[in-house]
Write a protein that binds this ligand. Sequence first.
Ligand code: GUN
Length: 291
Amino acid sequence: MQIIDGKAIAEQIKQEIAAEVSERVARGEKRPHLAAILVGHDGGSETYVANKVKACEVCGFKSTLIRYESDVTEEELLKRIKELNEDSDIDGFIVQLPLPKHINEQRITEAIDFRKDVDGFHPVNVGRMSIGLPCFISATPNGIMELLKRYNIETSGKKCVILGRSNIVGKPMASLMMQKRVPGDATVTVCHSHSKNLKEECLEADILIAAMGQPNFVKADMVKEGAVVIDVGTTRVPDATRKSGFKLTGDVKFDEVAPKCSFITPVPGGVGPMTICSLMMNTLKAANHEF
Ligand code: GUN
């Protein structure tokens, strides 16, 4: 059994990006530039955005953080998005979610020029991904595909079971695993809250991707011997023994499942660290005008 070290791979990729940026700058090209819009003062969002800015520094990117108070109007935000769309120095930008209730997130997402949508949330990017065209793929699925690639995990002809059908993980993961290339070429089943015989479905999986947000849901008796298990869960479970007051808990009961696996991602340190790294890969791709 091999533990997939997402933290180490993420660090390695950021170093690779930094080297490519140094070469670009040495050739006289501009530094990639990522902007982030942060509305309000939600603790989780503050941390995520601070980590994104930090990752930009490691990669040698320029970054701009644009802050608004939570009473900002949708109109003001849309106006700023239009300016960022038209600003040739900005290669890509994100609007950190969630947004306050009076703002329509879908309208905001669709206002972003899809060529600068490094989050990969714009319907044009989602559509392009599903038909195999160059696009920005959202952070978590992109990170998982990169882990499969870097650990040379065989996916072609394998049975892949995905638990969860969210727009940001389950659905794109299914698209990518069935795409006509490697990683991909898998036979994909997506299970969700209305699926029957969940245990039997999971037992069929050569590759099991757990993304339903239910801590410790996947037990040893649901996993085939030699399976690859990817745990996307990141639920904060209260834990009084920790300074933070919580323990980040995956969807897989790691201790009992790990001995049965050929590969498994831990939580934390598996898929999580790859997400910001995916954003950095997308920003470099935007700067290179790859599509
Ligand atoms: N909130 C939680 N994850 C994300 C993400 O990947 N992008 C944005 N924009 N907001 C988020």
